[in-house]
Design a protein around this ligand. Structure first.
Ligand SMILES: [Zn+2]
Length: 474
C-alpha cells in the first residue's frame, strides 16, 4: 500500500511538473519591431474629408432613406480624392455600389478592401451634439458613421490618394468595394462578389471592418490588442409557431399556443461548448500575457478541457459565445387583444452558429428538445457558417502594418460573433480579415449604432498611415 501511495505521489508530481513547464513556456513570443517609417500624410485634410462625409445623411432605414444624400456622398468622393477617381477605373454596381480598381504590377490574386457608407439612424434629441454636423472638439469628432464606418472608408481612400500622388504602383491590383446598404443587409456586397466570380477574379486578400485596437479586452491581462476577425459565426432567424382553436381568456385552455411555446423553449438546453480555430488562435496569443494562474489553465487547456470551458463560461459575453452555438429569443407574438387566447402564437429566435453546425442541424436539435410535434419551426434569414480564414496570403503584411502603426498593440486573431458582409467573400477567397483600423475605448465602442457616436481624430491619420503601409506590402 505505501508503495502505491508513493507511486501515485510521484505520478502527481510528474504531472504537476509537466503542467508547470508548459506554463513557464507559455510566454509572449518576441515580436520584431517593424522599421519606423515616416509617412507625411496631411492628417488635418483627412479629418476635413471625414467631416464632409459625416455631413452627408446616408441613413439606411426604409422610412428615412434619402437617395439624394447618397448621391451627394458619391459626388463628394472625386472632389476629395482626384487622383483615385481619375487614375483608377470606377464602376457603378447596383444603385449604391462603387467598385474602384487600382491597377497593380500583376492582375491575378488582387486585394479587396470593403467599405460601406450608409449609417443607421440617429435620434438628435438623444445626442449631446447634432449627429450630422460633424462637430470637432478637443480632438474628438462627433457624428453618425464616425466609427461605423466612414473613418475606415476615409483612411483607405486617403492612403490610395497619397500613394498615387507618389506614383506608387502596387504589386497586385487593389480594389475598393463600397456599398450604401450594408446596414439594411442589401444585396450590393453580394452583387460585387458575384461580379468577381463572373469575371473569374479570385482575390487573395479581403479586408472588411471588424475588430478594433482596444485595451483590457482579454481577461487576466490589460495588454492592448489589435483584434483581427479571421472567422465569423453563421446566423439564422427561426420562428417557432404553434396553433390552436383560440377562445375567450376567461376560459383558459391547456391548448393555449403561447403557453405551449413557452413550455417548449424551457426544455431547450444550451448547445455543448467546443472550440474553433479562431478562438484557439486568440487564446494562444493573448493567453501568454495573462497572470500566472490564468496561464496555467490556458497553457494546458488541451488536457484541462472541462476547466477551460468552465473558464470561458465564467467570462460570459463574447468569449463564451465564441465557444458554442447560441440561441437568443428576441420576439414573441400572440393575440392582438388582451382577452383572447391566440389561434396562432410565435416565438422568434436568433441563432448564431459555430462552424460545424448548420441551420438544418440546429433545427433538428431544437425540434427534438422541444418534444412538441405541434410546433412548427420556420426559418427566414439564414447564412450557414463559413470556415475560418487560412492566414496565408496577406496575414504577415497585415500584422506588420498594424505593428508599425500601433506598436503598443499585440495582434490577435479572433472569432466575430456578429455577421459582416465579409462572409460572402469567404466563398471566393481563403483570406478574409475583419479589422477596423482605429483605437477605441469600451465606452467609445458602445456608441456604434447608439447615441453620441464619436472618434478621436488621431485615428484618422494613423488609420491612413496603416493603409499606406499595408498597400505597400500587399
Ligand atoms: Zn459597419
Amino acid at each position: 500500500m505505501p508503495v502505491l501511495i508513493g507511486l501515485a505521489a510521484v505520478l502527481l508530481l510528474g504531472i504537476l511538473l509537466v503542467l508547470g513547464v508548459r506554463t513557464a513556456r507559455f510566454r509572449p513570443e518576441p515580436i520584431e519591431a517593424p522599421p519606423a517609417d515616416e509617412i507625411p500624410l496631411d492628417g488635418a485634410a483627412a479629418v476635413e474629408h471625414l467631416r464632409q462625409m459625416i455631413r452627408c445623411r446616408t441613413v439606411s432605414a426604409p422610412e428615412e432613406r434619402d437617395e439624394a444624400e447618397f448621391e451627394r456622398f458619391r459626388d463628394l468622393l472625386p472632389r476629395c480624392y482626384p487622383q483615385v477617381f481619375s487614375r483608377c477605373r470606377v464602376e457603378r454596381v447596383d444603385s449604391t455600389g462603387l467598385l474602384i480598381r487600382w491597377e497593380g504590377k500583376r492582375h491575378e490574386a488582387p486585394a479587396v478592401f470593403l467599405s460601406h457608407y450608409d449609417v443607421v439612424p440617429a435620434d438628435p434629441e438623444a445626442w449631446e451634439k447634432p449627429p450630422f454636423d460633424a462637430v470637432l472638439e478637443d480632438g474628438v469628432l462627433w457624428g453618425r458613421g464616425a466609427l461605423d464606418m466612414k473613418n475606415q472608408l476615409c483612411c483607405t481612400l486617403e492612403a490610395m490618394e497619397y500613394l498615387l500622388k507618389q506614383d506608387f504602383r502596387p504589386e497586385r491590383n487593389i480594389y475598393m468595394a463600397l456599398s450604401g446598404e450594408e446596414e439594411i443587409m442589401g444585396p450590393t456586397a453580394e452583387t460585387i462578389r458575384d461580379l468577381f466570380r463572373q469575371r473569374g477574379i479570385a482575390p487573395a486578400f479581403v479586408l472588411d471592418e471588424g475588430g478594433d485596437i482596444i485595451d483590457g479586452f482579454f481577461p487576466g491581462t490589460d495588454q492592448t490588442c489589435a483584434m483581427v476577425g479571421v472567422g465569423e459565426k453563421g446566423v439564422a432567424n427561426l420562428h417557432f409557431v404553434a396553433k390552436s382553436a383560440g377562445g375567450h381568456a376567461s376560459v383558459p385552455t391547456k391548448d393555449n399556443p403561447l403557453l405551449r411555446l413557452c413550455q417548449a423553449v424551457t426544455r431547450l438546453r444550451s448547445f455543448p461548448q467546443r472550440s474553433c480555430p479562431a478562438l484557439e488562435r486568440m487564446v494562444d496569443v493573448m493567453g501568454r500575457y495573462c497572470d500566472s494562474k490564468t496561464r496555467l489553465l490556458l497553457a494546458n487547456r488541451d488536457v484541462l478541457r472541462p476547466l477551460y470551458y468552465r473558464w470561458l463560461r465564467r467570462q460570459g459575453g463574447m468569449l463564451e459565445a465564441s465557444s458554442r452555438t447560441t440561441v437568443a429569443l428576441t420576439r414573441a407574438r400572440g393575440s392582438s387583444v388582451g382577452n383572447v387566447i391566440p389561434t396562432e402564437a410565435e416565438l422568434f429566435a436568433n441563432v448564431r452558429m459555430l462552424w460545424g453546425d448548420t441551420t438544418e442541424s440546429v433545427i433538428r436539435r431544437l425540434r427534438k428538445e422541444m418534444r412538441d410535434p405541434g410546433i412548427e419551426i420556420q426559418k427566414s434569414v439564414c447564412a450557414d457558417p463559413r470556415p475560418d480564414s487560412e492566414l496565408t496570403e496577406g496575414w504577415d503584411a497585415l500584422r506588420s502594418a498594424i505593428r508599425a502603426t500601433w506598436p503598443e498593440a499585440v495582434v490577435t486573431p479572433y472569432l466575430m460573433v456578429a455577421t459582416t458582409d465579409a462572409r460572402h467573400w469567404r466563398d471566393i477567397c481563403p483570406n478574409v480579415y475583419r479589422f477596423s483600423a482605429k483605437a477605441v475605448t469600451g465606452e467609445e465602442k458602445a456608441t456604434v449604432h447608439g447615441n453620441n457616436e464619436r472618434i478621436r481624430v488621431e485615428n484618422t491619420l494613423r488609420g491612413a498611415q496603416f493603409f499606406v503601409r499595408l498597400m505597400r506590402q500587399l
